[in-house]
Design a protein around this ligand. Sequence first.
Ligand code: SF4
Length: 430
Amino acid sequence: MPVATEHPSLVTLDLSRSSSPPSCSAGLADAPWEHDVKSGYGPGASAADPIPLASPRQGTLPLEYRRASAAELDLRIRAARHTLGSRVVLLGHFYQRDEIVQYADFVGDSFQLAQVALTKPAAEAIVFCGVHFMAETADILTRPDQAVILPNLAAGCSMADMADIDTVQDCWEQLSELWGDTPGLDGRAPVLPVTYMNSAADLKAFCGERMGVVCTSSNADQVLRWALERGERVLFFPDQHLGRNTGKRLGIPHEEMVVWHPDQPLGGNSPEALMRAKLILWHGFCSVHKRFTVDQIRLARHRHPGVRVLVHPECTMDVVDAADEAGSTDYIRKAVAAAAQPTTFAIGTEINLVQRLAKEHSQHTIFCLDSIVCPCSTMYRIHPSYLAWVLESLVDGRIVNRISVPEAIAAPARLALERMLALAPKPAVQ
Ligand code: SF4
């Protein structure tokens, strides 16, 4: 694994092959703690997204960690890990920067990492290098005495923040007024809630209490099929694009998928449109994946005849339709690994994963569809300085940045997750 650099500047394999690729924000090279005192998601793809007032903020990181060089942080992290041994397991999401991934015991997507956490009952602490909803999910699924730690509390998710319990409950009440709660003659509920893994714990609990379920980008087809066997319609939140792309794959016509705008009565729909709908899609999106466009795909095909275009299903439907394949981060990773012949891949997902795939598979030409460096703002907030701080605190017997979901929320959320787990095959991790 590469040794961390003091101020890691992110570079991309851009289509123009320029030696200094443009970035979506001049602030990307700054130390993330400079943004802990400011409101907002920080530099990166979500910089312009409005952040909820109640979003967790990270307190001041002690000066010694802000001042430490990359080499010093590396030594301190390794020493703390050595001291803690199997008492701690460190999980790293695919979208984390290499400076963090190099320390991870397991690297994977949110669902895989939550599952891994379950297989480590001896660990007293799980340090989750990812974002807030992932740490919550790990806390819901693990034993109460295992501490789940998020190194930077400001690492949220702008998409997850686009749906909150109050507005979802308000939507549900409006839908209940239209149809009531009584199942139809075929036994199906008028509407069933399905939440993407990228959502707060109280929204998972909301689904658990209403016969609903959680899905991931790996199992959305299977989960949606299951839900439509039990509900005449599905209310899907927060990502409209994953919902729409999955609905289309299942053969649901466009006119039977409506978007719910939470700030408008009936979500901006007529009662007739809602009555006709099979899928009611919350107006949420991922600011990383919405950067990918059909024009970028055209350019990649023009410059690289024969290129294989792989995108994530959080991209818009026109992008997914124009790509060769769409799938979860794990799907993309496996598709690249499985290519027997040297292949050119243009990939539409977060830059850190694309760059890592390019390094790991030098027999292929791999580049990001978007030539501008623009990582996920919130994944980017985890930096070796925070990691060193949480690990050394554990060595000193202190738990900092613990993510704890109250049992009243965790129990129904667990139910929604367990319904999904009963459907999904066990995931693999690297
Ligand atoms: S990549 Fe998108 S969905 Fe994933 S954590 Fe970042 S903002 Fe959220």
